[in-house]
Design a protein around this ligand. Sequence first.
Ligand SMILES: Cc1cc2nc3c(=O)[nH]c(=O)nc-3n(C[C@H](O)[C@H](O)[C@H](O)COP(=O)(O)OP(=O)(O)OC[C@H]3O[C@@H](n4cnc5c(N)ncnc54)[C@H](O)[C@@H]3O)c2cc1C
Length: 452
Amino acid sequence: MSDPFDLIVIGGGSGGLAGAFRAASHGARVALLEPGALGGTCVNVGCVPKKAMWLAAELAQKIDLARQLGFDLPNTPPLDWPEFVAHRQRYIENIHASYRKRLDAAGIVLLPQRGRLVGPDAVECADGVRLRAANILLATGGHPVRPAIPGAEYGIDSDGFFALCDAPERVAIVGAGYIAVELAGVLQALGSRVDLFVRGPRLLASFDADLAAQLVEDYRQHGIHTHFGYALRAIDKDRDDRVRLRDAADVATDLYDTLILATGRMPNTKGLGLDVAGVACDALGFVLVDAQQRTSVAGIHAVGDITPQPALTPVAIAAARRLMDRLFGGQPDAAVDLADVATVVFSHPPIGKVGLNEAEARARFGDGDVHVYRTSFRPMLHALADSPQRSLFKLVCVGEDRRVVALNLLGEGVDEMLQGFAVALRRGITLQDLHDTVAINPTSAEEVVLLR
Ligand SMILES: Cc1cc2nc3c(=O)[nH]c(=O)nc-3n(C[C@H](O)[C@H](O)[C@H](O)COP(=O)(O)OP(=O)(O)OC[C@H]3O[C@@H](n4cnc5c(N)ncnc54)[C@H](O)[C@@H]3O)c2cc1C
């Protein structure tokens, strides 16, 4: 056994890095194990490259609107995909460099190795070196999973999407979650023709049903075909490597150049030694944690996508920071507050929510106590260009005093709009507080304070 550290972090993604930095800032001696690129999913194959592609898609749509409004532009200016990817990857490289610098400055020992638990306070690196520490943080994230059907290997997943070098002409996407919805919007805006295949009756199950339905309509206007109730049974491919889907009745779809399977993610627990250390998991394999990120084994903690907590970068970061404040910062009660976490789907237009959706509010407070205020409108740019894209805002209030318990927004700009309202909602506001706030005109955001 080598000299002990105070903390060993397994995984250098959003949660692991945040935990390592915060622990070091409290004076802890930290070892961080990360065999891949620093930043994990979010920086390398998640939020960051996804947002870059979304920004490119937004620009493409804006160019189209500009043309409709009189700018002398070519019909569909194609994106030089490799050039854009070079910009994207340069941006990501800068993040890596900044992490390396910060790790050095914080005195964190970075070991570019996989780690596995070999006891409640011991980790073995891939090269066989064993480290010991009173505290271990599991932050190994998750990975995409494909359906267990014949031909699933012919598709790519979200990692494969970020490896694309060009816009595929015809794309099928299977899934209904935020990754499927986001990639559909990006690809269609960048010139692909996209079909979205959904097993159930709707998109984005955890979001408001009306907003999800409006998004389907907005996507239809953009040319995306959504096929609900699709029972995918198999995938095959022709001599030109084009793929086709088959449903339960063995009916084949058209041929596609690319198939993206956005069919869920599972935690990275394989080979992590959870069984050796005795760390308990739930039925799906996620590491069980209490409200202060403790696993079932004293001294072993977990944050991020390896746990059942919401799979969002800011959740992993906040959980890791609070944990280190508790372990090394003298704050015994520190814990992440997961109530009213705001979240955005980067669709076109984006969807954002904080608090409950309407159905959840009715289930929790009862129909009689729930008051829903909604507005549907065309944002000014789209109205000017006579584009059909609509925004839909819903405010959910409860009780006589109309306490605001949720804001569900679909429309241009809601991704940037929501954060401030999330602060207000957490502080506790009523409908009257919104009405007492003088509007900013002319904006889409003012619709929130004008809702009646
Ligand atoms: C396509 C996509 C888009 C997304 N978009 C958003 C978004 O817009 N906003 C948002 O908030 N979230 C988004 N997410 C989710 C977000 O990326 C994750 O919630 C976040 O990265 C989780 O952080 P983590 O620290 O738990 O895991 P990760 O960031 O995945 O990091 C885990 C790290 O652990 C390492 N590792 C694994 N096993 C071992 C081992 N045995 N030893 C050592 N290291 C190991 C991995 O190499 C990896 O680097 C997106 C995810 C995807 C896939």
